[in-house]
Design a protein around this ligand. Structure first.
Ligand code: ADP
Length: 754
């Protein structure tokens, strides 16, 4: 944003309502310990100077401006500066260019380039610690830090080391949380100071502009919070015509909001270092002095900055190490589950029915597998209906993976089960279907200690006759109970789930390919078997007919010459060949069902069932059976084949029936596609035989009992139905009757199962 724009917020007009937009880099002044000079590198003339140059050199800033830099630093030192910066880009954080002497004072000179000028910062060099001593202390600190075994211990050590090195009253490690607020995670403080450990600070305590600067520079130091800012003269940088951008200037005059805030906390001096994790702002190391102002010399600052770098680097490694064990456990669970799914060929069986299940993948209270409308639950989880509803919500979202530690804030109905599922990590199993894996974490009612009431972040104070907002002045401990939150899902856990999903998808796709291959093979071998059965039975019929005919002839022509015993044997031969012919005929029919194309057309089933009843007329009359026929629909099917199905079922209903009043009901249940049934009040079937009866030549009774048969009828009927894409099954109450059901299309098959 242009700092000269009419709505720009700078040091001149900032208050709490607009401090989020304050252009803190255009404060136009520095702190007293720092002398700032900018020069144009074309002629080495001074462009702007801070007025405190007078204390250092004895000359007024106004007089020096426009003069050659040599008048401030001397010919030799300017030559040194030029030589030092010649090949440097210097567009970022200032670098130390020389240790100089101005007016018998030892100073450090730092330089960087911005806004078409070279910016020189000059600060006193009066370190009483020899550099070598600092170096060996830092080295020792780092090797100690490397050996700590928990992340917490690591931070505690780090803040203690930095306090030792600098002499501040208090050093804290401060971590930014996902919502922008922050928490003090470790602290080292002088005896007698009230502890800030565990305190939470609302997001507004560190406004956005300050965060931007934190990410820009590693270390900021404020030696005296109660300082008087030292202005730059002239106010404008003549090279650009605007104020100088002080983003990188270490001794920049800070936002009044910041110094007021520190004063309210009773702080006299601070130093803040940035902690980055994987390039992102993670937190701060914040040093405070409550007793008095304190200037930290350049050498010590370097050492601290270096330590902060090391902490940033080591922190990521420590955290990874801490997660290592859990990762190992997750990895093992995933391997076992993938194997179980591959072996069983079922997600449900593989993921939910064993000792090792979905809930072992990551730390959770419970888990669920949602496939279509089917829910499998493990552990403590919401109800099945709630999970279906959650599935619909997830389906409507684009993401492949959703992770939240405050579910009810995103999905209001979840408030009713936030005790078991404030945390949800869910991943979709296929792009098209609504199949999900879900993990749940229970609510943890956390009690947060805020530094001040977070709901009243500002206090209004009358100042200079105008109302100005101020950072809060009350730092009384303020406890807040936080509801509807679970412990957060760690980044690595989300990654683990992502990997798990990937592996599962591979298994599912492999499995589908395998099934397709098996189906193709099965289809092929079925066809081969059918044609074999057809040829074999066809070829058997010829010789069988010969045997039968010749035996019949013999029986007739030679009957006078044969003894009774011989005649009876010949009759048995005739009987057996007849039976064999029936069997071969059945086999032929069976193989024909598999081989011939169906002649599908709309068929009025009323006509079909009527013709069957006509055919069976005398049979029904002899048996004194009553048939109740419902009005039947018209469906698409092969008329001749479906007539065979009804024929077989109605005939069986009469045959296997010894009730005095035999009753056969024929009808259908209307779903979106009909489920047909033939019901009898006959002898019924024992539960263990409900599937057997559909096997070829399988009979439950002696050959001639109940009118006899080959035992192929139901096999052929079921095969016919399956060729239509339907299904046939039976329900029976032994001694009371049976009902045979069938469908003639695939969708009805699914409904029938459900
Ligand atoms: P079959 O030609 O012997 O009747 P099916 O394949 O039609 O052969 O039937 C197989 C067996 O199933 C029959 O032998 C009988 O034991 C049993 N069965 C079939 N229908 C019924 C029924 N409605 N009630 C009781 N048992 C039946």
């Amino acid at each position: 944003m242009n700092p000269q724009a009419s709505n720009a917020v700078t040091a001149a007009n900032v208050d709490l309502s607009n401090c989020d937009r304050e252009l803190v880099q255009y404060s136009g002044a520095v702190q007293p310990h720092c002398v700032l000079a900018t020069v144009s590198e074309t002629d080495w003339r001074i462009v702007q100077l801070s007025t405190n140059v007078q204390e250092l050199s004895g000359r007024r800033a106004e007089d020096l401006c426009g003069r050659n830099l040599e008048e401030l630093l001397g010919v030799d030192q300017v030559r040194q500066v030029k030589a030092r910066i010649e090949r440097e880009v210097l567009t970022g954080v200032p670098v130390h260019v020389i240790h100089a002497e101005i007016g018998h004072r030892q100073v450090h000179v730092f330089a960087h380039r911005i806004d078409q000028v070279l910016v020189l910062e000059i600060e006193p060099a009066n370190s009483d610690q020899p550099v070598l001593d600092i170096y060996s202390r830092v080295r020792a600190a780092i090797s100690r830090l490397q050996t700590t075994n928990s992340l917490q211990a690591f931070f505690e050590d780090a803040v203690a080391e930095i306090r030792e090195l600098t002499g501040f009253d208090r050093v804290m490690a401060y971590q930014f949380l996902a919502d922008g607020s922050g928490r003090v995670t470790a602290e080292s403080a002088a005896p007698g100071l009230e502890s800030y450990l565990g305190l939470h600070y609302p997001a507004s305590d560190i406004p956005q502009p300050a965060r931007r600067l934190f990410a820009l520079t590693w270390l900021r130091h404020l030696p005296n919070v109660d300082y008087e800012p030292v202005p730059l003269v002239p106010a404008a940088n003549r090279m650009t015509g605007g104020p100088l951008d002080l983003s990188y200037v270490g001794g920049r005059h800070v936002s009044v909001m910041y110094s007021k805030y520190l004063q309210n906390m009773g702080v006299k001096a601070t130093m803040v270092m940035t902690l980055l994790k994987n390039g992102q702002l993670w937190g701060l190391v914040s040093c405070m002095n409550h007793s008095r102002p304190m200037f930290v010399p350049y050498e010590t600052r370097m050492a601290c900055e270096f330590l902060a770098h090391m902490v940033s680097l080591l922190m990521a490694a420590k955290q990874d190490a801490e997660n290592y064990e859990q990762r190992l456990h997750s990895g093992k669970a995933i391997d076992l589950l993938i194997e179980a799914v591959a072996r069983s060929g079922s997600l449900q069986v593989g993921l939910t029915s064993r000792e090792f299940n979905l809930a072992n993948v990551i730390e959770c209270g419970g888990a669920a597998l949602l496939t279509g409308d089917t829910v499998a639950l493990i552990g403590t989880a919401p109800t099945k209906d709630a999970i279906r509803e959650l599935g619909r919500w997830l389906s409507a979202r684009e993401e492949q993976l959703v992770a939240t530690d405050a579910l009810s804030r995103e999905f209001a109905p979840a408030a009713s089960y936030q005790d078991v599922a404030s945390g949800l990590l869910a991943t979709r199993l296929s792009r098209t279907a609504s199949d999900f894996l879900m993990w749940f974490r229970p609510e943890i009612a956390v009690s947060v200690n805020w530094a001040g009431d977070p709901r009243k972040p500002v206090e209004v104070e009358v100042l200079d006759m105008e109302t100005r907002l101020q950072p809060r002045t009350s730092f009384a401990l303020w406890k807040e109970e936080v509801h509807g939150r679970s412990s957060p899902w760690q980044e690595w856990e989300v990654e683990v789930v992502r990997g798990f999903r990937h592996a599962l998808m591979e298994v599912i796709i492999e499995r589908a390919k395998e099934l397709e291959r098996l189906n193709r093979e099965l289809e092929k071998s079925n066809l081969e078997l059918d044609s074999f059965a057809y040829v074999a039975s066809h070829d058997l019929k010829e010789p069988l007919r010969g045997i039968h005919n010749y035996s019949a002839l013999l029986h007739r022509s030679a009957s006078e010459r044969l003894s009774d015993a011989e005649k009876s044997r010949l009759e048995t031969v005739l009987h057996l060949t007849q039976r064999m012919d029936d069997l071969i005929e059945s086999l032929l029919q069976y193989s024909r069902v598999g081989r011939t194309e169906l002649a599908l057309q709309p068929v009025d089933l009323n006509g079909v069932v009527r013709s069957v009843l006509d055919l069976l007329h005398s049979r029904l009359e002899t048996a004194k059976a009553r048939v109740q026929l419902m009005r039947m629909p018209t469906v698409s099917c092969d008329r001749v084949r479906v007539r065979e199905v009804f024929h077989n079922l109605i005939l069986n209903a009469v045959k296997y029936n010894d009730s005095r009043e035999k009753l056969v009901e024929v009808g259908y249940a209307s779903a979106s596609t009909p489920v047909f049934y033939v019901r009898d009040n006959g002898i019924g079937i024992e539960p263990e035989h409900l599937e057997d009866i559909f096997q070829i030549f399988k009979r439950l009774h002696a050959r001639d009992e109940y009118g006899g048969g080959t035992g192929a009828g139901l096999t052929i009927a079921r095969r016919t139905v399956e060729r239509h894409g339907g299904r046939m099954w039976v329900e029976s109450d032994p001694g009371h009757g049976s009902t045979f059901y069938f469908t003639l299309s695939p969708s009805a098959q699914l409904e029938a199962r459900a």
